[in-house]
Design a protein around this ligand. Structure first.
Ligand code: ATP
Ligand code: ZN
Length: 225
């Protein structure tokens, strides 16, 4: 990518964080037209450009310094952080703001008919998840282990399909679990969307723009209360 002096902001292209991310920048007074086919969208009234990607890529783009800012769920941020640490990749970033959208929890769920006897009862069992690092941290803290069944989608069908004894997945209302004959038994991580920035100082103009954006975001949050 060519260097220019626009503040580069990564956001989810399409998914649960997209609409709220777009709305946030809109409320901050930034005018931008997104094109379905284009990765980049430049703001019309400010030196900012938006990079629209899969949410999983956002923390890495910030930690590698490819983009200046990113809006991401803390769940994905934390999972990426643990993965990158274990691989020796750069993990530095600045946490700028925690938002009131994108709320969800990462929970353990088991078949509805089974009795729950605590996390210990899953020691050594097979657990389906897209968040192996967060799950491992939780199990290790209690001196427990599990065998992973790594899935990036359809995690909730794994027990019924005989692939796993339990799952560890994101929950907001619990309706998906219910529909798959599962019950939530333990929350292991609570998440919200947040704004992160790359670690190394940007040039003065960009730092100043980030400061102004944060003030506007503060105003947006207050207006919503
Ligand atoms: P992508 O195609 O960008 O990889 P995805 O399928 O991984 O998208 P989404 O389902 O759009 O991701 O969720 C994005 C983020 O939204 C989650 O990582 C989480 O932080 C947040 N979120 C809020 N509520 C929920 C929910 N009920 N289920 C899943 N994620 C939720
Ligand atoms: Zn994703």
């Amino acid at each position: 990518m060519t260097e220019n002096n626009r503040l580069r902001v990564a956001m989810q292209k399409s998914g649960r964080l997209s609409d709220d991310s777009k709305e946030l920048f809109e409320r901050c007074g930034i005018k931008v037209r997104y094109h379905e086919q284009r990765l980049l969208a430049a703001a019309e009234n400010m030196p900012i450009e938006f990079l629209r990607v899969r949410d999983d890529d956002i923390p890495g783009l910030v930690m590698d310094g490819v983009v200046d800012l990113g809006i991401i769920g803390e769940n994905v941020l934390e999972e990426t952080l643990l993965t990158r640490k274990s691989q020796g990749d750069p993990t530095e970033f600045r946490m700028l703001k925690r938002f009131d959208f994108g709320g969800c929890r990462l929970s353990i769920a088991i078949p509805r008919d089974e009795e729950w006897q605590g996390l210990e009862s899953l020691n050594g069992k097979r657990i389906a998840t897209s968040y192996p690092q967060l799950l491992k941290r939780c199990f290790e803290a209690k001196g427990l282990t599990f065998r992973p069944c790594l899935l990036t989608g359809s995690v909730e069908v794994a027990p019924r399909a005989g692939l796993a004894d339990a799952i560890c997945d994101l929950v907001s209302t619990g309706a998906t679990l219910e529909a798959n004959g599962l019950k939530e038994v333990e929350v292991i991580y609570r998440s919200k969307a947040c704004l992160i920035a790359r670690k190394d100082e940007m040039d003065a103009e960009k730092e100043d723009l980030v400061k102004r954006l944060l003030v506007r975001m503060q105003g947006v949050a207050r207006a919503r209360e």
